[in-house]
Design a protein around this ligand. Structure first.
Ligand code: NAP
Length: 141
């Protein structure tokens, strides 16, 4: 029996990288996983790669409407989230401070800060006591 048998997990930013690898591991350990990302094609590819016990939900982490749609779906399909892994993020601030633009600043903070905060806030009503939250907090610099 896997370590996550019967658990429901939501993993954001799981169309690639660390979070996609985590989603595969979670399913191998017995969890049902909802994965989220912006790019539909990458999302479909990730769902195919994971293969079973997975639902892909397209959406932008910085959009509260997209988050509401995501949580409404999770609630109607599974009713709860045992593990939230918030990993959606971008690291586009690797420029000298003199080259930082307002648009670049807003983009990074919208996804990495606002997106992560509201992903967490909106998940809490669906999380039972003993649930787990993992945040791959991207640094703003
Ligand atoms: N790798 C590192 O050294 C490192 C270090 C510190 C922190 N981190 C953070 O840890 C996390 C995972 O790192 P990684 O290297 O595995 O990242 P990655 O491969 O670049 O994956 C980032 C994920 O975030 C999603 N994403 C980006 N912007 C989004 C948005 N606006 N809305 C929804 N999803 C969005 C991407 O999917 P879509 O493009 O399809 O939306 C992708 O699935 C990231 O948040 C990264 O910033 C990484």
């Amino acid at each position: 029996m896997g370590k996550l048998e019967g658990k429901i997990a939501l993993i954001t930013g799981a169309t690639s990288g660390l979070a996609l690898a985590a989603a595969e591991l979670f399913v191998a350990e017995g969890a049902y996983v909802f994965i989220k990302g912006r790019r539909q094609e990458q999302l479909d590819k990730a769902v195919k790669e994971i293969g079973q016990n997975v639902t892909g939900v397209q959406g932008d982490a910085a959009s509260l409407a997209d988050l509401d749609r995501l949580y409404a779906l999770v609630k109607s399909e599974k009713g709860r989230i045992d593990v939230l892994y918030a990993s959606a993020g971008i690291g586009e601030f690797n420029v000298p401070i003199g080259s930082v633009t307002e648009a670049g600043f807003d983009k990074v903070f919208d996804v990495n800060v606002k997106g992560t905060l509201f992903t967490l806030q909106k998940a809490l009503p669906l999380m039972p006591d003993g649930g787990s939250i993992i945040m791959t907090a991207p640094s703003p610099t």
